[in-house]
Design a protein around this ligand. Sequence first.
Ligand SMILES: C[S@@+](CC[C@H](N)C(=O)[O-])C[C@H]1O[C@@H](n2cnc3c(N)ncnc32)[C@H](O)[C@@H]1O
Length: 183
Amino acid sequence: MARSDLLKWEDKHNSRLDRSPSSSLTWLSQVLPGSLALDLACGQGRNASSLTSLGYTVIAADISRRALAWLHADVAGTTSPVFPLQCDFDEWCFAPSCFDLVVQCDFLDRSLFPFIKDSLRPAGLALIDTFSIGHEGAGRAGPSNPAYRLEPGELAEVFAGWDIIGSEENDRAAILARKPARL
Ligand SMILES: C[S@@+](CC[C@H](N)C(=O)[O-])C[C@H]1O[C@@H](n2cnc3c(N)ncnc32)[C@H](O)[C@@H]1O
């Protein structure tokens, strides 16, 4: 990641942000939990902490030290199975078929979709939930640059052939999709 981008993220994580989890996490209650989850670009960990209450051990990965420091403050000295990991997704560092669930919320890097799919075990779950195009503008949440927002139908296309457990297309686009048990 460019240093200017890193400084921008560090600045965003100077203060404590909203800790309520993404509403799409409720879709996970429809399915049996697996054991290991990746919260990709976890930020301050609002979703990572919720995933533990569903039974997951969570690798919470982000490039921002400040974001991870907030998360570390939540879990240090507790038995919470959340493991903060600092890494830059410009260099993918996870093995194929190692996660039961990958969650990516409020963050869009299309180049990561093949890696996310590959890092899931057969029958593993991908939960993507971020801002959609056409709903940007003054006073609206999310990036103002439409390139960082999902196109209509884009997630359905990315996960074509997977079992779709939940989906939403509004000012946000979200999907919970299960990888085929056999490819
Ligand atoms: C808008 S925040 C979303 C945080 C969290 N997923 C949530 O929903 O609250 C986006 C996060 O992506 C992280 N990020 C951006 N680019 C990254 C990269 N190349 N590698 C790792 N983390 C990155 C930033 O540090 C930031 O914490």
